[in-house]
Structure formats: structure tokens, C-alpha cells
Design a protein around this ligand. Sequence first.
Ligand SMILES: Cc1cc2nc3c(=O)[nH]c(=O)nc-3n(C[C@H](O)[C@H](O)[C@H](O)COP(=O)(O)OP(=O)(O)OC[C@H]3O[C@@H](n4cnc5c(N)ncnc54)[C@H](O)[C@@H]3O)c2cc1C
Length: 286
Amino acid sequence: MIPAPFAYYRPQSLQEAIGLLAQHGQDARVVAGGHSLIPMMKLRLAKPGQLVDLQDLHELRGIRNEGGTLVIGAMTTQHELIGSELLASCPIVRETALVIADPQVRYCGTLGGNLANGDPGNDMPAVMLALGATYRVRGPQGERDIPARGFYRGVYSTALLDGEILTSIRIPTPTDRHGWAYEKQKRKVGDYATAAAAVVLTMAGGACTSAAIALTNLADTPLFAQHAGEALVGTGIDEAATAEAARRAQRITTPAPDGHGPVEFRVHVAGVMVRRAIARARERAG
Ligand SMILES: Cc1cc2nc3c(=O)[nH]c(=O)nc-3n(C[C@H](O)[C@H](O)[C@H](O)COP(=O)(O)OP(=O)(O)OC[C@H]3O[C@@H](n4cnc5c(N)ncnc54)[C@H](O)[C@@H]3O)c2cc1C
């Protein structure tokens, strides 16, 4: 399919990009790596009249550590995440980037695009919910921070207001003794998840002191399974605690019956992914 006609802009600064969005209102859309938006445009599921390309905004690229917070520019590609030495302190990001699509997609697809897209099938949002990340956005009214856990509203619906651009993702650096895992079940290599689970936890003296669990592609939005994480805290993460956490996580899922399988199957796979992710995170925790 061929996209509907559109005008193309390549601003040279964030301010210019924000100005273009303000000028053209709801008819304008930003494009980052284009690997979600362009397919939607080809299918005519998205028909922006004005496309504002963020490729030249170098201020939106790069990874740095700011006093204990990992700051990742929204235009950082998934490929760059995999190669980053700084992200060795937060290895779940690399583990997840490696199971997104294939190298061709990851060379272009950006972290910001994956997070701002609002597709519940995207893998990075659940990881950001589990890590307690914050999204920094800028628009005509200035800058604000939105917690990842409050960002997702529905399918392709987020807390971003018209004219706002996601500029960076801010992750509190996890302790160097934390455990992590992203477990993803997919039909074939490069596919979106049938179900996936992100787990980040800490242990001290044989007991779990904190645990965050989040889920991909099991509802209209990524899900933060708060009560599932709570089922682990204070336990040694034995079989009973793990089973209870998986049950609690499954309870909040509402997957659609689609090409990934019927509802009962997807809920079952969700439980398996949560149990596997907990076990692997427990093993990795120092
Ligand atoms: C074959 C294929 C397989 C894929 N498989 C997976 C997969 O398994 N898992 C997965 O997670 N993803 C998958 N993807 C999607 C891929 O990861 C995309 O690159 C990603 O979802 C979007 O990133 P992007 O930079 O390409 O964003 P774009 O496509 O450019 O933009 C996506 C949306 O986000 C908005 N947006 C982008 N950047 C910003 C910003 N900084 N501020 C505000 N809004 C912004 C755009 O306006 C658009 O609405 C796949 C894609 C393809 C083509």
C-alpha cells in the first residue's frame, strides 16, 4: 500500500519541531525510526498530513548517567541500547532490546518511538513500568515528567498532549545486586509477544525486599502488576510465593483473542512467563 499524501519537515532543533507541531495541530505527527508509523501509514490506519522527522535532533540522542539516574535520549535506537556500556548497570534493557523484531528494525527503531507509540505489543513499556522509569516530555507549555506507570491510557492512547514530544527516559539505576528478567513468548523469531513479563527484584539475607512485575500484550495497555510483585516481598521466593505472584498477574490480564491465540491460552502463557521471569531474576539477584 502507498501512504496518503503528506508534507515532510526535517527540523534542526527541538524548538523548531515543537513549533511545527503547534502550527499544524492534530494534522501533524512526529516520526522517529518510522518502523511503527510508516507501516500504519501504508495501511492508511494513520494519515498525518504533516510529518515532522526527529532524525536531526541530536539533543534527543545518547545515554548518560546523571547522579544515579540513567538518562536515555528518546531518539536512541534499539541497536544503540544493545551496545551501550553504561546500560550494563541496567541489563534488562539490553535483554529486551535483543528480542524486539530483528537487527534491521532495531537499527532504525528508537526507544522513544517504542514507548510513545502506545501499542500494547511493544516490549519496552513493560520494562519501564518494572524499572519505575519517568518520561520527560516537552511541548508548547514547557517541560514535564510523566511516570511510566501513569503514561498508558489505552490502545495507541497515552498521557502525551497534542504537540508534546518525548525527549528522554529517566531510569533510577538499580542496585548492582538486583535481579532482572524479560521473558517473551512469541510465535516465531522477530514477532510481537503472545505474552511477556518483566521482573526486577532485590534480595537481602535470603528474602525478597522489593519486586516489580509488568506485562506486555495482555490488555489494551502494558500492565504494572503491583499485587503480583507484593506477593514476593518478604518471602524467599519459593514455589508457593511464585505461584501466587503468577496467579495475581494473570488476574489483571484481559488479552484479545487474536492471531496469537485464544484468551485462555494467552492467560496461561502469561502465567508461565511470569514464573520463568521470577525464577531467572531470583537466580541473578546478588
Ligand atoms: C517487522 C517489525 C517487527 C516488529 N517487532 C516488534 C517487537 O517484537 N517488539 C516491539 O516492541 N516492537 C516491534 N516492532 C516495532 C519497532 O520496535 C518500532 O521501531 C517501534 O515500535 C517504534 O519506534 P520508531 O522509532 O520506529 O517510531 P515511529 O514508528 O517513528 O513512531 C511510532 C509512534 O510514536 C510517535 N513518536 C515517535 N517518537 C516520538 C517522540 N520522541 N515523542 C512523541 N511521539 C513519538 C510517532 O508519532 C508514532 O505515533 C516491529 C516493527 C516491525 C516493522
